[in-house]
Design a protein around this ligand. Structure first.
Ligand code: KG4
Ligand code: ZN
Length: 346
């Protein structure tokens, strides 16, 4: 995307390295000029992200990824007003690579540093492109490590209404995929197989959790026992039924996710509804959201695919609003694996 820069424009470089994607973006006045993402295929064979390998891959990727993001945006280092980076939450070794790189560049260029909360940036990904929700909106953020219902009142003002008490929705997809012998990350593959399968062929239990919270660990165990039992009767059960298993599991995860989102929308009276995070790329979830929106008079929003999974574009977009609010970080700031974001008092 191109953007006419003026004398008082704010141009930022953003770095995302919280998990297994190395990403860099250039954002000018809230417009994403470039958004480069390097995936790490090294984890596929292990069925999950290996933290030490992720850190090493970030170290190899970060210079070429930043270089290309700057070139694609046709921006020079001297044009930058600040450097933004993902400070939390994430894998600590991975976060450290991005944080160290960002600090070094901020010091060298003598420009401010902006520390961004990864999960809040996922929520704001909905505001990067048209059509945009208006404030306040609800966002179901579903990623590999988190599942949250967030009430977003403004760019920098958000509360968590509910979240998972154990596994995240993305983990439910990935762990199911592992049980089915599919490579990591399994979410996109389950999505793909599910499209040819029957979602009502197999039934899995839904958890009974209070309020807007979620739980996915019971589903994982139920799938494990179900597959064990079926394979004892027919060792080829998975091969013969893969699309139906994927469709049924996906259908259950989506039903669990939507039920609490509907509850939160009804209780708050908010009809601007968004989804975000890696699992928001799921075709079944996107369809279910639109169906509920049509039924309930919601305005539903989903980020562009490139802003669903981890990306620096969303980090730079949030950082732009932090820049405007003069929320700068000191150079002694350290990354945090868990991050600090309190639950809303309801
Ligand atoms: O937001 P994200 O890229 O990274 C984290 O912050 O965790 O989310 C990654 C998660 C993984 O669990 C992956 O399997 C899941 O998002 N995912 C999907 C799809 N695309 C990515 N899950 C279901 N369907 C998809 N199409
Ligand atoms: Zn993420």
């Amino acid at each position: 995307m191109s953007k006419q820069r003026t004398a008082d424009s704010v141009t930022l470089l953003a770095i995302e390295s919280s998990c297994d994607e190395t990403s860099a973006a250039v954002v000018c006045d809230g417009v994403v000029l470039s958004n480069l993402i390097a995936n790490q295929s090294v984890h596929e064979q292990y069925g999950g992200v290996v933290p030490e390998l992720a850190s090493r891959a970030h170290m190899q990727n970060i210079v070429p990824v930043v270089d290309q993001a700057m070139r694609l945006a046709a921006v020079d280092k001297q044009d930058l007003q600040a450097i933004a980076f993902t400070q939390s939450p994430g894998l600590i070794g991975s976060l450290l690579v991005g944080a160290s790189f960002a600090k070094a560049l901020a010091v060298a260029l003598q420009i401010p540093l902006i520390a961004v909360h990864h999960m809040k940036a996922h929520v704001l990904a909905n505001l990067i492109n048209e059509p945009r929700p208006s404030f306040p909106f609800l966002c179901l953020t579903v990623s590999g490590g988190h599942t949250q219902i967030v009430l977003c009142k403004d760019y920098l003002e958000m509360d968590i209404l509910g979240q998972t008490i154990d596994d995240a929705a993305g983990e439910a997809f990935d762990k199911t995929a592992k049980l089915l012998g599919l490579p990591y990350p399994g979410g996109p593959l389950i999505d793909q197989y599910a499209q040819q399968g029957n979602p009502n062929r197999f039934n899995f239990p839904e958890p009974q959790i209070r309020g807007y919270d979620y739980s996915f660990s019971g589903l994982k165990t139920a799938i494990l026992y179900f597959l064990r039992q079926q394979q004892a009767e027919d060792p080829q059960f998975i091969e013969k039924n893969l699309p139906d298993i994927c469709a049924s599991v996906q259908h259950t995860i989506i039903r669990i996710l939507m039920r609490k989102l509907i509850l939160a929308a009804e209780d708050t009276g908010i009809r601007e509804i968004c989804i975000a995070g890696g699992v928001s790329a799921n075709k079944g979830l996107r369809k279910a959201l639109q169906e509920e929106a049509d039924k309930r008079g919601w305005h539903a929003y989903v980020p562009e695919f490139q802003y669903c999974t981890d990306n620096a574009g969303m980090i730079g977009f949030m950082a732009y609003h932090q820049y405007r609010a003069k929320q700068f970080a000191d150079l002694d700031i350290v990354p945090s694996a868990r991050g600090n974001w309190k639950m809303a008092e309801m």
